[in-house]
Design a protein around this ligand. Sequence first.
Ligand SMILES: O=c1ccn([C@H]2C[C@H](O)[C@@H](CO)O2)c(=O)[nH]1
Length: 133
Amino acid sequence: MKAEVIQSLLEKAEEARKKSYSPYSRYPVGAALMAKDGTIYAGCNVENVSYGAALCAERNALGSAVADGQRDFTAIAIIGSHEDYTMPCGICRQVLSEFHVPLIICGNSSKDYRTYTLEELFPSSFRAEELKH
Ligand SMILES: O=c1ccn([C@H]2C[C@H](O)[C@@H](CO)O2)c(=O)[nH]1
């Protein structure tokens, strides 16, 4: 993926991060998911007084994209902390795996990031084919 495209995803993730509702953890996260047609869907974490009801930025971005009819994606960028690279949680890895989001860009600012393949972050995943066994 071209550096300029990664840059624009990180910028969108950073914008969404500013809208995070995270009064309990005080850890705002933003995500930006690119569909194969180039459309970008943003999401932020939305927490709840019942802590377990919190929704992560990545899953909110994916939900918006799917509701808009998207099923094929090229990459997702995530920004949480500005001190460290923000890695997706286990549940988000499972959900990204469902839609085969192939590239995960973990940023700590719009300029500094690391990229991982889905396979690197979520190897040997549980697959739909297994339900047929
Ligand atoms: O990849 C991540 C990791 C954490 N969070 C959120 C969940 C919770 O609101 C806060 C602290 O865990 O960060 C995300 O949105 N994405």
